[in-house]
Design a protein around this ligand. Structure first.
Ligand SMILES: CC(=O)N[C@H]1[C@@H](OP(=O)(O)OP(=O)(O)OC[C@H]2O[C@@H](n3ccc(=O)[nH]c3=O)[C@H](O)[C@@H]2O)O[C@H](CO)[C@@H](O)[C@@H]1O[C@H](C)C(=O)N[C@@H](C)C(=O)N[C@H](CCC(=O)O)C(=O)O
Ligand SMILES: Nc1ncnc2c1ncn2[C@@H]1O[C@H](COP(=O)(O)OP(=O)(O)OP(=O)(O)O)[C@@H](O)[C@H]1O
Ligand SMILES: N[C@H](CCC[C@H](N)C(=O)O)C(=O)O
Ligand SMILES: [Mg+2]
Length: 499
């Protein structure tokens, strides 16, 4: 495709070189440029892409879009625009990939907790209704059962505009009809989802997180609400009425609204909730009937996640019996209340709870599932919202019987400083609560598994499906589930030796 054809909707201020040259790909990171690419110079939060023009040219880029005219063109065709924003990138990438999002039905899931879980449930419902479904989110990007790599290595929940267009193109090519995607607050604030026509959206909840980025809760709420404000009249919005912030979204959206809840009088309600180790059952009460669900996912919060997607299924005209089949097919979501096999007399659960609300929910659920002790290992991520650390410490002190405070992706921070901030909340809430500090997460997991007695539940929180631990100078392979399994095996071998 020639460069000029990619610029049809772009306000070009100046250019040099051949605008008719062929473009074989688009990159916005010099490290991923391939020969024949168009390089987009983005001024980001940490770097200025204009400083990487030379590297891009050396990697084979043939042209670049800039917002600052460089002193040297490195042999590239240059195009000057006022700013290389995400909407500009969306236009260029859209033209390159043939506007793939227009060929897909997009459903967005917005909320602090429950997005990943909801997308897995929604995918299963749509598949039960006979559709080919894509999924975009924290754990993976999927076209049906096929995983699609974005190749940018950033592990974003909602990928950047360029990766999104690439993903949509691959999905459209694979015959996907619906795409269920997690829409993070960062992605709304940064216009990563700008210009996408969602057919509907689900709101799970909003509680404290990401104040490092959004600064205030009011701003965080405003950003999440923006998704619903921008939904067109033709779209639907399914909102959780038990979250008080849904009311503001309902009054601001022009989409068709459907509400769900347990406590408040919503259109779709859960009744007779029964929580077991193996799952949760309840009745969904709808305006025109009632249906019993037996989910393999457990936790009170999964009643909310499943109600939200149930509402979305109804909004799409799917029969309740089909929605039920889809929901009951889901055996689990990786790293979400995932039982580690190998412990016979006590339970070991790995969970992605990394917010105060997530931790509170997971501990409350586990408490209802044991008559014995609740043992917890957790930490908080570095270079992320610091204010959630003492709050999570506080919850651990109040809700678990014994806690080991450890590290969770310290990134550029000192692991012990993060732990101290958690510890401050812990001690303040319950000076008598017993705990230990062990910054080495592997040792912490081994230690807590060594301490478990019959019928206890061990919760390993914060990293869920993650297979890495990020430090200032390196990222290592790290999987809570692998370490817990190895620790359980060792414990068993040790006990057999003693016998
Ligand atoms: C702070 C933040 O959110 N940054 C996001 C943003 O990056 P940015 O545009 O600011 O980029 P930058 O790193 O300053 O670099 C500027 C430009 O220089 C380029 N560059 C840089 C270095 C180099 O050697 N060569 C080069 O060309 C970069 O590719 C980029 O184009 O846009 C990128 C593309 O969309 C994102 O990948 C990136 O996410 C970073 C990696 C990140 O960690 N984000 C987290 C906080 C995040 O977004 N999390 C949410 C989940 C939150 C939730 O739980 O709800 C998410 O959606 O993932
Ligand atoms: N509806 C919910 N309400 C509160 N907590 C929840 C809910 N659903 C899940 N959780 C808790 O939050 C954790 C993360 O769940 P999930 O991955 O589905 O959320 P997410 O919104 O995708 O998170 P992220 O923002 O990191 O992508 C779970 O492991 C569980 O502890
Ligand atoms: N989406 C969340 C994930 C946090 C997971 C936790 N393990 C951490 O690294 O802090 C975030 O980016 O804040
Ligand atoms: Mg997620």
């Amino acid at each position: 495709m020639n460069l000029r054809d990619l610029l049809i909707n772009i306000p070009v201020q100046q250019s040099s070189g051949n605008l008719l040259l062929n473009i074989s790909g688009i990159a916005q990171d010099s490290r991923s440029v391939k020969p024949g690419d168009l390089f987009l110079c983005v001024k980001g939060a940490r770097f200025n892409g204009h400083h990487y023009l030379k590297q891009a040219a050396e990697a084979g880029a043939v042209a670049a879009i800039v917002s600052e005219w460089p002193t040297c063109d490195f042999g590239l065709t240059l195009v000057l625009v006022p700013e290389v924003t995400n909407p500009v990138i969306k236009e260029i990438a859209g033209a390159f990939y043939g506007y793939p999002d227009r060929r897909l039905k997009l459903i967005g899931v917005v909320g602090t907790n429950g997005k990943t879980t909801s997308t897995y449930l929604m995918k299963s419902i749509l598949e039960a209704a006979g559709h080919k479904v894509g999924l975009i989110g924290t754990i993976a990007n999927l076209a049906g059962d096929q995983s699609i790599e974005t190749g940018n290595g950033s592990h974003n929940t909602t990928p950047g505009v360029l990766e999104l267009q690439k993903l949509f193109a691959a999905m459209a090519e694979a015959g996907i009809q619906y795409v269920v995607m997690e829409v993070s607050s960062h992605s709304i604030a940064q216009d990563r989802v700008w210009g996408l026509s969602f057919i509907g959206g689900i709101f799970t909840n909003i509680t404290q997180d990401h104040l490092d980025y959004h600064k205030t809760f009011a701003e965080y709420l405003k950003v999440k609400s923006r998704f619903f404000v921008e939904l067109p009249q033709t779209a639907w919005a399914v909102l959780n009425l038990d979250d008080p912030h849904s009311n503001g979204m309902i009054s601001q959206t022009s989409a068709r609204v459907l509400t769900y809840g347990i406590e408040h009088p919503a259109q779709i309600k859960a009744e007779d909730v029964s929580l077991e180790h193996t799952g949760v059952s309840y009745h969904v009460c709808m305006p025109d009937g009632k249906i019993k669900l037996n989910l393999h996912l457990t936790g009170y919060f999964n009643v909310y996640n499943s109600l939200g997607v149930f509402g979305a299924g109804l909004a799409l005209g799917i029969e309740p019996a089909t929605i039920k089949i889809g929901l009951e097919k889901v055996m689990g979501v990786p790293g979400r209340f995932q039982t580690v096999p190998g412990a016979s007399s006590f339970g070991v659960i790995v969970d992605y709870a990394h917010t105060p609300d997530g931790l509170e929910n997971i501990l409350a659920t586990a408490r209802r599932l044991t008559s014995q002790r609740l043992l917890l290992v957790f930490g908080c991520g570095g270079d992320r919202d610091r204010t959630k650390r003492p709050l999570m410490g506080e919850l651990a002190a109040k809700m678990s019987d014994f806690t080991i405070i450890t590290s969770d992706n310290p990134r550029t921070e000192n692991p012990l400083s993060i732990i101290q901030e958690i510890e401050a909340g812990f001690k303040k809430a319950n000076p008598a609560a017993s705990y230990q500090v062990e910054p080495d997460r592997e040792k912490a997991i081994r230690k807590i598994i060594g301490l478990a007695n019959d019928s206890d539940i061990v919760i390993i929180a914060g990293k869920g499906h993650e297979t890495y631990q990020e430090f200032a100078d390196r990222t290592i392979h790290f999987d809570d589930r692998e370490i817990a399994r190895a620790a359980l095996e060792e414990r068993l071998n040790d006990r057999n030796r003693v016998k």
